[in-house]
Write a protein that binds this ligand. Sequence first.
Ligand SMILES: N[C@@H](CCC[C@H](N)C(=O)O)C(=O)O
Length: 256
Amino acid sequence: MQQEFYKYQGTGNDFVMIDNRQQKIDKNNTKLVAALCDRRFGIGADGLILIQNHEKADFEMIYFNSDGSQSLCGNGGRCAVAFARNLGIIAKKATFEAIDGLHFATIEDDIVKLQMQDVNAVEKYVSHVFLDTGSPHHVELRENIDDFDIKAEGSKIRYGAPYNEAGSNVNFVKKIGDATFAVRTYERGVEDETLSCGTGVTAVAIAMHTLKETTDNLITLKALGGDLQVSFEENNGVYSNIWLIGPAKLVFKGSI
Ligand SMILES: N[C@@H](CCC[C@H](N)C(=O)O)C(=O)O
């Protein structure tokens, strides 16, 4: 069987995208997902996204990490909106269902603004902050993130207590301005550093606000693959109206 696919990237976080409205791909076939994402034997990507029909929303996004596990992907969500526009499913606005519920988004040129779920709990520890922005994120301020073995340090934290087998994504952060932070992320399910992580930079923006490293509500996050912005409102420690903003682009189209 020939399968058409599209490759998208959002600040260097790259995804195989498949229009699965005819349900030709079995969403439980995680071996196929891992094979397609393999960078040597497959197409190569950090994750794979199926776009499916949905009863009430414009579409459903099913996201898989490159190992076949599932979670919410912020950059993947932004790329799914760009892909849905390319398929003619949406024009400038979208609602879609993901693993953590309904999302609203807008798209203008290549810039996608994706609304994230509210964050009600931010756990502060001596060395780090932990929060869930649709995916779990450990956030740690470090001075030396430019010259640093992210894979080695990140995997120690990801597999260590208290996260253990279920794991967490791990973000190392350096403050570079009042509302600007550099971020490098080790991603669970890819089990390596990626060039950018959307739920990760969202977690970093909220964590930095909680730690009073910034008083701004519009934060610029500098990932290896480019800049993203996160805006939010905060009331008594509850974060709402959270938006992840940045580019989402088609790289190429093919069939396998
Ligand atoms: N790259 C993603 C995050 C994908 C999910 C994550 N690896 C997990 O399993 O928790 C993003 O842009 O948010």
